[in-house]
Design a protein around this ligand. Structure first.
Ligand SMILES: Cc1cc2nc3c(=O)[nH]c(=O)nc-3n(C[C@H](O)[C@H](O)[C@H](O)COP(=O)(O)OP(=O)(O)OC[C@H]3O[C@@H](n4cnc5c(N)ncnc54)[C@H](O)[C@@H]3O)c2cc1C
Length: 493
């Protein structure tokens, strides 16, 4: 600065005085400052993203399942009592873990397989969900991709799996309340009707038998005038999720899987033989470890950039009068989800209850624990939506409400494969709310991979992929908030 208070930058050929037009210097400085600020922000963001896992380690314990489906789960079995060496260790007793264990021992009974569950089998999403048994994957559900042949192959694989579930239930003499009367995606917005009609035609041409329903057909089949139309897939349906978990648990035990419950895994030490620290400091050593930990995986330090753990709430009513239900699809009716990003999904149970889940996206910082019981506002939103769909229900009181975490990947596409320094960790992630059927498809894939039969699944586009990068905190929190805010600002009513 010179004696007259002017900024003297002659060294850089710039002299700025009060008499000179401000724009000449300020434009350049503003651009430079903006550039520096952008660089600084980007560098800060990259650094923060990189150190976030150390700043906010995920230590939250696995929360207890309080859903309606839990009543159908068998009591927890024994916890691990001593350190063991096994051929395959599976962490997590949800449908992924149990199905993988069952198929592994079925394919190769010589392998010693141990499954370690933090609480009781079915503690996670597998017995907290909306009970819709769907074909295909979330990214391809009622969507035509540019790969019709592949879409069809994935569709057939998942429809075939529904048949396998039915056969497994028959083999073990268990009624899992499996009904395949189809499932629908209802249209919230009249502007979606034209596209939906065209989609049904196109997918049917490619061997995926999707039907389009007008608003009148929706009223006749689902008992509501709330929607402009629907897409209907006759191959889908619903079942009792708790009973499906019970079935896979019984099947896994029957083929000799060792199941240890109330045995949380605290640490994974990777090597050619992986060492798990579980329960009260016991060791489980195995040359192959399957992460059946779904939305909890990041708490073990794995897959945190593959998914975000999105909290969803579900409510279920007491059994409703038969005449009321007859008007709204009946007790063996068709489950459906709507067409919004913050999707609602609902359906009747065999004993005449109505369940509804979804709605506004919830997220707890750092993939945190699900709030139990659900916040009053979320329960009120579920009741309001159910009342809008079925005004005849009158004032809605839920007998039970609960929360669960969904492992959403950024592209809603799942992933399954092997990874780790020694390529002996196996994972399945990103079901994105579509896992009730897909978990046992991937259970077979995982069993094959562990047994070295990768060639069976080379065609599967989900094999050994990792979904698009999900940033760490606080960016993940901001992204989920932003997405929810956008959807609320521009809803598809
Ligand atoms: C509210 C909600 C509604 C849904 N609705 C539907 C639907 O209608 N249709 C559909 O297809 N899908 C739906 N889904 C998704 C579906 O439920 C899941 O994709 C599927 O259940 C995932 O199964 P999983 O076995 O991979 O995970 P989970 O069932 O979550 O199992 C993971 C298990 O790992 C255990 N665990 C975690 N960490 C550890 C540890 N460190 N040590 C030991 N054990 C551990 C947990 O206790 C848990 O039991 C829904 C999900 C939710 C939450």
């Amino acid at each position: 600065m010179n004696a007259r208070g002017q900024i003297d930058e002659t060294a850089r050929g710039l002299v700025v005085t009060d008499s000179e037009p401000r724009a000449r210097w300020s434009r350049r400085r503003v651009l430079r400052s903006a550039g520096l600020a952008t660089l600084g922000t980007a560098a800060g963001a990259i650094t923060l993203n990189a150190i976030a896992p150390a700043l906010w380690p995920q230590t939250a314990p696995v929360d207890l399942n309080d859903s309606y489906w839990v009543a159908a789960l068998p009591a927890a079995g024994p916890a691990l009592q001593a350190s063991i060496d096994v051929d395959v260790a599976i962490i997590g007793g949800g449908l992924t873990g149990l199905a993988t264990a069952y198929y592994l021992r079925t394919m190769d009974p010589s392998r010693r397989v141990a499954l370690l569950e933090a609480r009781a089998c079915g503690n996670g999403a597998s017995a907290r969900n909306g009970a819709m048994l769907l074909a295909s994957t979330a990214d391809r559900w009622m969507i035509a991709s540019e790969q019709p042949e592949l879409d069809r192959r994935i569709y057939d694989l998942t429809v075939d799996n529904i048949g396998r579930l039915r056969a497994l239930a028959a083999r073990f003499g268990q009624d899992i309340e499996l009904e395949t009367r189809g499932a629908a995606q209802t249209l919230n917005d009249a502007s979606q009707v034209g596209d939906a009609r065209a989609l049904a035609r196109r997918l049917t041409e490619h061997g995926i038998p999707l039907e389009f329903w007008t608003a009148d057909e929706v009223a006749a089949r689902l008992g509501t005038r709330h929607y402009a139309g629907a897409l209907f897939d006759p191959a889908c349906g619903q079942l009792h999720p708790g009973k499906l978990v019970a079935l896979f648990k019984a099947a896994a035990k029957a083929v000799g899987v060792e199941i240890y419950e109330n045995t949380p895994v605290h640490a994974v030490a990777e090597d050619h033989v992986v060492t798990l620290t579980a329960g009260a400091g016991l060791k489980v050593r195995a040359p192959a470890v399957v992460l059946g930990t779904n939305a909890y995986s990041s708490r073990l330090g794995y897959l945190q950039n593959d998914y975000a753990s999105i909290v969803e709430y579900v409510g279920i009513t007491a059994p409703q009068p038969a005449d009321l239900l007859a008007g709204i699809g009946g007790p063996t009716g068709i489950p459906f989800n709507d067409s919004r990003l913050e999707v609602y999904y609902l359906g009747p149970t065999r004993d005449g209850r109505l369940r509804i889940g979804g709605g506004p996206i919830g997220y707890v910082f750092n993939n945190g624990a699900t709030p139990q019981p659900p916040p009053a506002a979320s329960v009120a939103a579920l009741a309001r939506e159910l009342g809008r769909i079925y005004p005849a229900l009158g004032a809605i009181a839920f007998e039970r409400t609960w929360a669960g975490a969904v492992d959403y990947s950024r592209d809603a596409s799942p992933a399954v494969g092997r990874f780790g320094r020694h390529r002996n960790l196996y994972y399945a992630i990103g079901y994105s709310g579509h896992g009730l059927n897909l978990t046992s498809v991937f259970g077979r894939v995982l069993a094959d991979l562990v047994l070295g039969r990768d060639d069976h699944w080379q065609w599967l586009p989900f094999l050994n992929r990792h979904p698009p990068y999900f940033p760490n905190e606080p960016f993940r929190w901001l992204a989920t908030r932003g997405l929810a805010g956008f959807d609320r600002a521009f809803p598809d009513e």
